[in-house]
Design a binder for this molecule. Structure first.
Ligand code: ZN
Length: 164
């Protein structure tokens, strides 16, 4: 039994009624979203979009990292993105522990020291969202071409709260 068997079986099912063949790589709704890797988040569903509509960039906490900025620069300049949402969420593990606590939990799971690793916990989510939106808007290759907003998503109600 291969650990991927169930997923590959599901993929054959998926390919059986696949409708996105020949689709271009453009964001048809002009949307890019940076959000957390949290499995409670359905980035497309929460804003009424479908595959093909948006660029979705995910990482722990939903941060505008250097790599996320690269993706946003490409999205804005080459893939028709003109609205960017930075979405953090309630009950995020990255915002409910200190760096030391989170390293401690990772270390305990891995069975070895994790104190050397930077995990990037978030002290103040609203301040972080504001700073990340600012980072998008002040990027020389993004700047005035786009609207950027920062939001907090409530994982218990499904509602977005606009921070900036
Ligand atoms: Zn999270």
């Amino acid at each position: 039994m291969d650990p991927f068997d169930d997923l590959l079986a599901a993929n054959r099912e998926f390919a059986g009624h696949f409708t996105l063949s020949g689709f271009d790589g453009v964001a048809h709704a002009g949307v890019a979203m940076v959000t957390c890797m949290d499995s409670r988040i359905d980035p497309l569903g929460m804003i009424g979009l479908a595959p093909g509509d948006a660029k979705i960039l995910r990482n722990p906490g939903g941060r505008v990292t250097d790599q996320a900025l690269v993706a946003l620069v490409l999205g804005v300049n080459l893939l028709k993105v003109d609205r960017i949402l930075v979405v953090e969420h309630t009950r995020c593990a990255m915002a409910s522990s200190t760096e030391d606590e989170l390293r401690g939990r990772v270390g305990a799971s891995a069975g070895m020291d994790a104190s050397w690793m930077s995990l990037g916990v978030i002290d103040d989510q609203k301040a972080t969202v504001r700073a990340d939106v600012e980072k998008v808007l002040t990027h020389p290759l993004i700047g005035d071409q786009v609207h950027a907003g920062g939001f907090l998503y409530d994982v218990d109600t499904g509602l977005l709260d606009q921070v900036v």
